[in-house]
Design a protein around this ligand. Structure first.
Ligand SMILES: [Mg+2]
Length: 223
């Protein structure tokens, strides 16, 4: 059991996307594209928004089972630095997994976390920001549950969001090219830089934005 400083109301909440932020399924997608389409798309450009633009929706959907299916989920490696980030953040914050995955794909994500001994760091699971526009957006879910920061590798979750109470981090692990950063979001290209920045933002005393009131998702539950 990890050490916790205070109860849920005292610890700030942070929401982390799973694919491309915790588990490196982006490399699996990049390899699939090279093998099946003979194209080079770097992992940091395989988030849904960029990938659909580059390879088209038909091939993206054809790739999905091989990238998000049970076998692929369990074969993914952690994003460099993600293990330490989860461990460190969980000691000071409420860490939520906020993913567009649902059903068996979400079960695959939870199995991967258990397999890698990381599930104990997760306070709860939330699903939202689905590509079909159904359900709630990720930033809205953060605001609803009093979660202070959202880290995601897909810009679509930040576009049109202007809630100053939610820190928005566009995470593009290993990105070297030009990255389009939505207004009000901050770009990071690795956990080595992101982790100290997040800790400083989330744990500083008297800083802004202030913690927000909100319902606390059940541990291990879904929204
Ligand atoms: Mg992602």
């Amino acid at each position: 059991m990890r050490k916790q400083r205070g109860g849920p109301a005292e610890r700030p909440g942070v929401a982390l996307d799973y694919d491309g932020v915790i588990a490196d399924t982006n490399t699996i997608k990049s390899r699939w594209i090279r093998r099946h389409l003979r194209r080079d798309v770097p992992p940091w450009e395989t988030d849904r928004t960029n990938c659909v633009r580059l390879i088209g929706i038909e091939d993206y959907l054809r790739m999905a089972p091989d990238a998000y299916g049970w076998r692929a989920s369990l074969a993914a490696r952690p994003v460099p630095g993600a293990r330490r980030a989860l461990r460190t953040l969980a000691a000071r914050c409420r860490v939520y997994l906020l993913t567009a995955r649902w059903g068996s794909m979400l079960r695959g994500c939870r199995a991967w976390l258990r397999q890698n001994g990381l599930d104990r760091h997760i306070e709860g699971y939330l699903t939202g920001g689905h590509a079909n526009g159904q359900g709630e957006g990720k930033a809205a879910l953060c605001a609803k549950h009093g979660i202070r920061a959202l880290v995601d590798d897909d810009e679509r979750h930040f576009i049109g969001v202007d809630d100053p109470g939610v820190l928005r981090v566009l995470f593009k692990n290993g990105a070297r090219g030009r990255v389009k950063v939505p207004r009000g979001s901050k770009l990071f290209t690795g956990w080595a830089d992101l982790l100290p920045w997040l800790l400083a933002k989330l744990t500083r005393k008297g800083g802004r934005p202030t913690p927000r009131a909100g319902a606390t998702p059940r541990r291990g539950g879904r929204s």
